[in-house]
Design a binder for this molecule. Structure first.
Ligand SMILES: Cc1cc2nc3c(=O)[nH]c(=O)nc-3n(C[C@H](O)[C@H](O)[C@H](O)COP(=O)(O)O)c2cc1C
Length: 141
């Protein structure tokens, strides 16, 4: 089995990427990710995306190349790409949440929320702390 990798990027959602387009993106995830053995999460607000992708190195790289060329977002900024031992989201072909509509009804502290918002805004680098918050956000700790 090839080595598992994770990749995280943040980007800015283009104004023309409306709710309909978000649904189209999620349809693509549903259609394509299982066959590629890609799992992860996609968070979006009205202005931004953050996506966490995990799978084999080749599949993750190929998908990221494809996503990077997608005209529905811009300023795509890779924040993490490294080998991992286990998947964080093994059963999600691409979980998603609208971060404007859901709140942190988790154990996340105010400090955590600030960190998370910093990551989303591209002000902070992605690190293990950010991963922990992502997990908290998805209540999968
Ligand atoms: C923010 C963002 C995240 C995306 N994530 C995925 C993804 O996880 N899997 C995927 O197949 N396509 C994803 N896409 C869509 C791809 O860029 C591309 O449009 C799609 O894979 C084309 O395949 P299709 O014609 O089979 O739908 C994403 C697009 C955007 C803008």
């Amino acid at each position: 089995m090839s080595t598992l990798y994770r990749l995280v990027y943040t980007s800015f959602r283009k104004p023309e990427c409306d709710e309909n387009e978000i649904q189209n993106i999620l349809q693509s995830c549903k259609k394509n990710n299982p066959g590629r053995d890609i799992t992860g999460v996609l968070l979006h607000s009205d202005k931004r995306f953050i996506q966490y992708i995990e799978g084999s190195k080749e599949e993750v790289e190929q998908l990221y190349d494809l996503i990077s060329d997608d005209p529905r977002h811009t300023s795509i900024n890779q924040r993490n790409f490294e080998a991992i031992n286990d998947r964080l989201f093994p059963s999600w072909e691409m979980g998603y949440k609208d971060i404007d509509k859901v709140s942190f009804n988790t154990d996340a502290s105010t400090e955590d929320q600030k960190t998370f918002n910093g990551i989303i805004k591209g002000e902070l680098d992605f690190d293990d702390n950010a991963l922990r918050i992502l997990q908290l956000f998805f209540k999968m700790a």
